[in-house]
Design a protein around this ligand. Sequence first.
Ligand code: PPS
Length: 287
Amino acid sequence: MPGKLTVLEGVTIAEAITAKWEQIWNFQARDGDVLIDTYPKSGTTWMQEIVDLILHDGDEQICRRAPTFERMPFIELLHLMKPGIEVVNAMPSPRVLKSHLAVHLVPPSFWEHNCKVIYVARNAKDTATSYYHFDQTVQFHPDPVSWEDYLEQFMKGDVGWGSWYDHVKGFWEQKDKRNVLYIFFEDMKKTPQQVIRKVAKFLGKDLSEDLLNKIVKLSSFEHMRDNPMANNSGFPKEILDQSKIVFMRKGAVGDWKTMFTARQKEVFEDHYKRQMESSTLKFQDPK
Ligand code: PPS
């Protein structure tokens, strides 16, 4: 049975999440926790691997100790999968946690403890393309009917975790007021060394040139795709059915060109301009 979406404080979100909202909202973050927050399909898993490698000095074996979702739990899905809230509460500090929640839905304890938040944003057209494929695997979301319909829903924010526009702008507006490092997926592709250095500095780590290059290699698409502890292949099937589409799909910039018609591009870009014109946030738009 495909899942259903509802609306929570202006954000379209899965009923599977709102069913446990009180527990999620009351999540107890601690001093030293690191939160990786993104709109879905923006490079979360990639950033998780980078952060784990930085915190463990590039030790490949330690970073293969468990799948990503156990090493760095997904706070709004804890009730649906392992590790549950009890395991996460007992995890030693510093914990690294994952979320896709919009900035105003992030549990307040993260802000109260001034936790470091790493936000990754990806250009809208590639995000929509990646999400269309991914939503065919997500069991707690409705199944996309067609690409055409899905793209319209994406533009309206009628997909899981809501409007891409509100999400990326929401964190952008808060980044200087809170402890938020704002990173772009396109920069991670173009200059991984620079991004990894920036993330390491934010986490209080200084990387040697050798260690930096090692982390670039271990977090590359090819390396992660072939690493069962980093490619999400072990995600419970009841949540993610990857029998037709795998999680590590393409990892490219500009893949939107394989999906958008000329007309869809025109309509999308016109709508995009109106949504983003009042913001100082600028994306690299792969032509
Ligand atoms: S999720 O499910 O929302 O948390 O997905 P998320 O991890 O944010 O994003 C998944 C997309 O990121 C791509 N990916 C990578 N690209 C480049 N390099 C590396 N190392 C990497 N790891 C993951 C993944 O393939 C998804 O993008 P698409 O375009 O679908 O391939």
